[in-house]
Design a binder for this molecule. Structure first.
Ligand code: PLP
Length: 364
């Protein structure tokens, strides 16, 4: 069997290790496994949403409302945009896929920061496009402009706050890049962690509405992080109607499930859970900052629900990650991104206690 040539240089995305794997491989009881690897909401499922999912279970035999009217309506009021400005995806990941398929071919290229969300590269490579990266992981104007002028990419990805580094780019700096790029380049502003950044410092808050004047810009959001619905797979893109219409041509019918749709509608209308999640997060992340200082290593100032610890040569992120895994603590090693670093999702007080204890034992 000969597969499409573009597959030859695509690496399969390595998702955070599931709890089940640690249970199977290391014989650790599932309640003792602490998963701080995929930036899921540590509080759990929003109880209001859980009730909605259960209440809708008897509708599992029905296809969902393919217009997704109620969810679009809820998002439209939340962000004061029109329903014609919204497309829903199975995670914002699926919207990223629609975007790549709508604009890229084997003659095009895309531009992104040195270290950013791995799926940008994968979707672009699926279309045969070339990947260019800036020199640093922060989204620096000069670096983006130099590469933009040189390569004329069809897509520029601006991930703010950025994953897996946790830093953010100010609204002003994002608009500066957008204003300097012509309309032939589509700009993705990926705000998967925007709720955390906006709560920390308003200078980093970008709302979809801030970008709607630009025909070539799309804002992406997700229910997987602050809203606690990673398992339901719902995200969205917000842009001018013309771009949304183009992306709709790439969308399969019924692309999110009946239960996912009901869950996202309920989640979108409930702000309390997100506020509670952010409050817990803000209290707990301070412990991670203090812990790094006490133990003499650096971290990147975080605007997300995770923190990235940076190690010098005397500490090896792969060895530490492997040792933690054997103890039932799953975190994200960033060696595959070329960094001697690890990304840890901020957990509950109890989960974080367990992380600190095992980490100290591992490095001792
Ligand atoms: C988690 C994440 C997404 C999308 O997640 P979905 O679960 O597919 O909505 C998109 N971008 C970044 C940077 C992320 O971290």
């Amino acid at each position: 069997m000969r597969y499409n040539k573009v597959l030859e240089n695509i690496k399969t995305y390595e998702a955070g290790k599931p709890i089940e794997l640690v249970v199977r491989e290391f014989g650790i009881a599932s309640e003792d496994v602490v998963k701080l690897a995929s930036n899921e909401n540590p509080i759990g499922t929003n109880p209001v949403v859980e009730k909605t999912i259960i209440a809708n279970a008897s509708k599992a035999h029905l296809y969902p409302d393919d217009s997704m009217f109620e969810l679009k309506d809820a998002l439209a009021s939340k962000y004061t945009v029109g329903e014609e400005n919204i497309i829903i995806g199975a995670g914002s990941d699926q919207v990223l896929e629609f975007i790549a398929r709508a604009v890229l071919d084997e003659n095009s290229s895309v531009l992104m920061s040195a270290v950013t969300f791995a799926m940008y590269e994968i979707y672009a490579k699926q279309m045969g496009a070339k990947i260019y990266r800036t020199a640093s992981f922060e989204h620096k104007y000069d670096e983006f402009m130099e590469a933009y002028r040189m390569y004329k990419p069809k897509i520029i990805y601006l991930c703010t706050p950025n994953n897996p580094t946790g830093d953010a780019t100010s609204k002003e700096a994002v608009l500066e890049i957008i204003n300097a790029v012509d309309e032939e380049t589509l700009i993705v502003v990926d705000g998967a962690y925007m709720e955390y950044a906006a709560a920390k410092d308003s200078k980093y808050a970008i709302a979809p509405n801030d970008l709607l004047d630009f025909p070539n810009v799309i804002y992406l959001g997700t229910f997987s992080k602050a809203y606690g619905l990673g398992g339901m797979r719902v995200g969205y893109g917000i842009a001018q109607a013309e771009m949304i219409e183009a992306l709709y041509k790439m969308r399969p019918p019924f692309n999110i499930s009946t239960l996912s749709l009901a869950a996202a509608i309920a989640a979108c209308k409930d702000n309390t859970f997100v506020e509670e999640s952010i409050a817990l997060h803000q209290e707990q992340i301070k412990r991670y900052e203090a812990f790094a200082k006490e133990n003499g290593f650096a971290y990147i100032e975080s605007y997300t629900n995770f923190i990235t610890y940076l190690f010098t040569d005397d500490m090896d992120s792969t060895k530490i990650a492997d040792a933690l895994l054997k103890r039932g603590v799953i975190i994200r090693n960033l060696a595959s991104y070329g960094m001697n670093a690890m990304r840890i999702t901020i957990g509950t007080q109890r989960q974080n206690d367990i992380f600190f204890r095992h980490f100290l034992e591992v490095i001792a």
